[in-house]
Design a protein around this ligand. Structure first.
Ligand code: ADP
Length: 543
């Protein structure tokens, strides 16, 4: 039988058209550098996005060409998410938090032809401009100031193009739409390219009720940068559903985020755990009647918050739940689009205690549809899903990358039978809940036994005096490696090492698993995507 359904390619363009047709009055809010809010409707955004596509075609940009962005989170960046693919080109989001040399190297490796950059980020652009020559540099006047001489003004440029008459560039569903580089915490950055097909499938799966549960009536606050794994794919979903968006622009400090949250009352937000740790500390401190910001902020009860990119401590989940906000943990990576697992209350857990719900919420969760997941033990065999046996997570599916840009497929990254090797070590239990114990290279090997740095960190962060903790391995003559804990205390609080070790033993750690040493520091170094930067800590404490 040959005649089945129509062979219409999956396409971001159909999501764009749908938004223009159905949601023209819903809002897209962006906070500008001067902290004022600018409001666009989806209708305006749709017209501007088509004009961007037309302007790119006029520039001679064609199929598969890379168009880079160096931008904060705002409406014009969202125009790039759809306008660049509409022109047949590939949006390449550059990570503004990387060192300039590295950004230049990445732009060169991707062979980006055009750069769209916020005016406030021009000083950063100038630092790597010599490393890669873009054919065109287009400046978005995010600050509202005139665009400096010698650059094309984004608004004027798209304003001059015929958006209304624009015709979508034909494409196959496997053609690329976007590209991100892995942030390089584990080595040289590598490019991952997403297709129309992978992006649409990821959007449909991730939007399901147990995961993002995205509704047209939601108000979504993406704190996750739009250059971090495409803002976890959420902007594609919000456009699909015409959901109101609130972009925080360049202001990501806890106080600024709390101001924005109080003003716009989001129902769904997303960010890495470190963002939410800072936010809840600031919020809780201001609950004291003598605090200078007492009464200034209101958290929206019932908000869901997508958290991932690093392990989410149970203490953080409990702290937010006190205010009626549920943290929904996901695990994934740039290579997986990124959503691969989500921790949600499965039907089997309907009657479990709150303690058990928190415990599960602190796990990476259950594989989402279309993601096949297996655990490979050291012996090369599949490890059983019994909650104990550990192995490397390997995944396969239509939104998992099959290669890296310009890099030959190697066995280090892909198995011979076609699975992605994630480099994350985990156990999976009978219900299918994945518990990440470490990255392969973060595990601490002491006397032939593995110690999970993630477990130690989570337990330390459950101590009332501890704001943040990261555990690394230091070399040891006798045991080969031993744990070192780097701890940041909450304001005005402290604890001695014996007290912290006693606390860990109450959390069921054996004596030999306890850190040999504690370093008390003012702040943990962060990676370009806001995670604790263990590589830097290893440099700081080589022994
Ligand atoms: P990079 O690998 O360069 O940091 P990614 O943002 O793609 O860039 O990070 C993916 C990695 O982040 C995963 O391989 C995993 O180690 C970590 N990670 C993501 N989500 C979680 C989570 N929920 N729990 C623990 N680790 C996580």
């Amino acid at each position: 039988m040959h005649s089945t359904m129509m062979d219409v390619p999956l396409s971001l363009n159909s999501l764009l058209e749908r938004a223009g047709q159905l949601f023209s009055s819903n809002e897209i809010v962006s906070r500008r550098p001067d902290k004022t809010l600018v409001r666009h409707t989806y209708g305006e955004w749709y017209r501007r996005t088509r004009s961007l596509a037309a302007a790119l075609v006029d520039l001679g940009i064609g199929k598969g060409d890379r168009v880079a962005t160096l931008c904060w989170n705002h409406h014009a960046h969202l125009e790039c998410y759809f306008g660049i693919p509409a022109a047949g080109a590939v949006m390449h989001t550059l990570n503004i938090r990387l060192a300039p040399d590295e950004i230049g190297w990445i732009a060169g490796d991707a062979r980006d032809r055009v750069l769209i950059v916020d005016d406030v980020l021009l000083p950063l652009y100038r630092q790597f401009a010599d490393l890669h020559r873009f054919e065109h540099v287009i400046v978005y006047a995010f600050s509202g100031q005139p665009v400096p001489d010698g650059f094309t003004d984004y608004d004027a440029w798209i304003g001059a193009a015929d958006g209304a008459g624009f015709r979508y560039v034909e494409h196959a569903e496997t053609d690329p739409v976007a590209m991100c580089y892995t942030s390089g915490t584990t080595g040289r950055p590598k490019g991952v390219a997403y297709s129309h097909r992978s992006t649409v499938l990821h959007t449909l799966v991730a939007s399901l009720g147990d995961f993002w549960g995205l509704k047209g009536s939601d108000v979504v606050l993406p704190v996750t940068p739009m250059f971090h794994a495409n803002c976890w794919g959420v902007p594609y979903g919000t456009v699909m559903m015409g959901t109101k968006l609130v972009f925080p622009g360049p202001h990501l400090h806890p106080e600024d985020l709390l101001d924005l949250i109080t003003a716009e009352q989001p129902t769904l937000s997303l960010g890495v755990p470190t963002i939410w740790m800072g936010l809840i500390q600031t919020f809780d401190a201001a609950l004291q009647a003598d605090h200078p910001h007492y009464g200034r902020w209101k958290l929206p009860r019932g908000m869901r918050s997508l958290v991932g990119g690093a392990a989410v401590p149970e203490s953080l989940i409990r702290a937010f739940d006190q205010h009626g906000i549920w943290l929904l943990q996901g695990w994934g990576m740039t290579e997986t689009s990124p959503l691969a697992t989500v921790s949600y209350p499965k039907a089997e857990l309907r009657n479990v205690s709150m303690d058990e719900r928190y415990r599960r919420a602190a796990m990476a969760g259950v594989p989402v549809p279309l993601v096949d997941l297996r655990l490979r033990g050291d012996d090369g065999q599949d490890a059983p899903w019994n909650g104990q046996a550990m192995g490397e997570i390997q995944v396969r599916g239509p939104f998992i990358t099959g290669s890296y840009h310009g890099v030959p497929v190697s066995e280090e990254k892909f198995t011979t039978d076609g699975w992605l090797r994630t480099g994350d070590v985990a156990a999976v239990d009978e219900l299918g809940f994945v518990r990440i114990t470490d990255r392969t290279k973060d595990l601490i090997k002491s006397g032939g036994e593995w110690i999970s740095s993630v477990d130690l960190e989570n337990a330390l962060m459950a101590h009332p005096a501890v704001a943040e903790a990261a555990v690394i391995a230091i070399p040891d003559e006798k045991w080969s490696e031993r744990p070192l804990a780097c701890v940041v205390f909450r304001k005005g609080q402290s604890a001695e090492p014996p007290e912290l070790s006693a606390h860990l033993m109450r959390h069921h750690f054996a004596k030999w698993q306890l850190p040999d040493r504690y370093e008390f520091i003012d702040a943990l170094p962060r990676t370009a995507t806001g995670k604790f930067w263990k590589l830097k800590l290893r440099e700081l404490y080589p022994r």
